[in-house]
Design a protein around this ligand. Structure first.
Ligand code: FES
Length: 197
């Protein structure tokens, strides 16, 4: 695939991401004002933590926000998805998350603080496309072994429901888990470690 194809893919993602988060509220309400700010104020706003409401997220659903200019996903995993992660250790490249792709508090089998909720930066670790969320099991286009996860259409990288990269695909490492903390049962703050919240 040429770099222009990749760029086109990224442009498409950015357009989609802006559309996807436009209804999420508070975190994005300030965007129209950013243009009037000084460069340092703008930089601070772009790097600021972003709060995500997860109260209405049903099992299997994903919500998206933008943090530091990057897409961040929060997925509410089903019991079946959690079981699939445990069964896939032999098929993923770094089952124990030994690479530094997550904070210490998410360096565990499910790569999360709470088993049910997965928080990821939605950027492929190969060349930076944004993978698609494909929670369905064994869809026709991904084959009988697919147990749900994230598929990067740019060069075919596959990640499981913990964002762990499958062996034998172009992406070298697991998807990144960003710093995050729970402000309440139904609210997550992206960009802040629990001890600093
Ligand atoms: S960018 Fe190449 S597989 Fe995702």
């Amino acid at each position: 695939m040429s770099s222009s194809d990749v760029n086109t893919g990224r442009r498409r993602f950015l357009t989609g991401a802006v559309a996807a988060v436009s209804g999420i509220g508070g975190a994005f309400a300030a965007v129209p004002f950013i243009a009037a700010w000084t460069p340092s104020e703008r930089a601070k706003a772009i790097g600021a933590p972003v709060e995500v409401s997860i109260g209405s997220l049903e099992p299997g659903q994903m919500t998206r926000v933008k943090w530091q200019g990057k897409p961040v996903w929060v997925v509410r995993r089903t019991e079946e998805a959690l079981a699939s992660i445990r069964a896939l250790d032999a098929k993923v490249r770094d089952p124990d998350s030994t690479a530094d792709q997550q904070p210490a508090y998410a360096t565990n089998e499910l790569r999360s603080i709470k088993p049910e909720y997965l928080v990821l930066v939605g950027i492929c670790t190969h060349l930076g496309c944004s993978p698609s969320y494909r929670p369905e099991v064994a869809p026709a286009d991904l084959g009988p072994e697919w147990q749900g996860g994230f598929f990067c259409v740019c060069h075919g990288s596959r990640f499981d429901m913990a964002g762990r990269v499958y062996a034998g695909v172009p992406a070298p490492t697991n998807l990144v888990v960003p710093k995050h903390t729970y402000l309440a049962e139904d609210r997550i703050l992206i960009g802040v470690d629990p001890e600093n919240a």
